[in-house]
Design a protein around this ligand. Structure first.
Ligand code: SAM
Length: 250
């Protein structure tokens, strides 16, 4: 049978497309794209003429079964999304999961991903990070998520719409100390690319001063908590003391 490819596409700059991604998209029999009009612009730019159909959050459950049947009959399919890596806050999950169950080989063709690009240039520690996807839309839900993450020692990263960035920063400021480090990567690989690392307090000022900051696409990163984790197990000394106490009591 055929294969399923999960192909990353650019997140702004059309040149951020791997040679292999272009080759695979040319070779496959069918491309499933989040938005076929958007995809055609990108595919035409690279001379790719493969047939394209729509696969988005509203039809992916329903289409998955028939796509898998096609692959089992020999068709090779590639999934792409509007930007970056499919399945990362993007459609594709039902098809990939079903393909795996059906014993179909799923191959990723790696490339741009906004959260990885943002972290790599953020200046924050990236040895460990937690990706939270898109934030909830209401302030109360955001605040409870921030409360949950407050003691996370890894850097946390999330996607947020430019329409809610101001409210989101204010919610962050209500949970974390004003001098806590955060970074924002805006319009990565595009004309107005801006990457800033500063305190929450300063970031709020920057956003208040420059309304351009509230336009375009954003990735927000929050420095991990510096609080040392309490050890889960007892130290050797504590164990000895406990043993002595237990012997004394028995
Ligand atoms: N699959 C994509 C990826 O690999 O990053 C993410 C898709 S998600 C629907 C779109 C969100 O990703 C945007 O709202 C924004 O938060 C982030 N994003 C995408 N492109 C970006 C860019 N060029 N600069 C900054 N953030 C970007």
């Amino acid at each position: 049978h055929g294969k399923l490819y999960v192909v990353a596409t650019p997140i702004g700059n059309l040149a951020d497309f791997s040679i292999r991604a272009i080759e695979i998209l040319q070779q496959v029999d069918l491309i499933c794209a989040e938005d076929t009009r958007h995809a055609r612009t990108l595919l035409q730019h690279h001379g790719i003429t493969t047939h394209c159909i729509a696969l988005h959050q509203h039809n992916e459950q329903q289409k998955a079964e028939s796509l898998i049947q096609q692959i089992l009959q020999g068709t090779s399919i590639a999934i792409i999304s509007d930007a970056g890596t499919p399945l990362i806050s993007d459609p594709g999950m039902p098809v990939v999961a079903l393909a795996q169950t059906a014993g179909i080989q799923v191959s990723p063709i790696p490339g741009a991903c906004a959260l990885i690009a943002a972290l790599s240039a953020s200046g924050l520690a990236v040895t460990q990070f937690s990706f939270l996807g898109f934030l909830p839309r209401t302030s109360s839900a955001r605040i409870s998520l921030f409360e949950e993450q407050k003691n996370n020692t890894a850097t946390w990263v999330f996607y947020e719409s430019c329409h809610r960035i101001d409210a989101c920063l204010k919610d962050l400021a209500s949970v974390l100390p004003a001098d806590h480090d955060i970074a924002i990567a805006r319009e990565i690989t595009k004309l107005h690319e801006t990457i800033i690392k500063t305190s929450i307090q300063e970031m709020l000022k920057l956003f208040a001063q420059d309304s351009n900051m509230q336009r375009g696409e954003l990735v927000i990163m929050v420095s991990g908590s510096k609080i040392e984790k309490k050890p889960d197990s007892l130290s050797d000394q504590q164990l000895k003391t406990l043993q002595v106490l237990l012997t004394e009591c028995s």
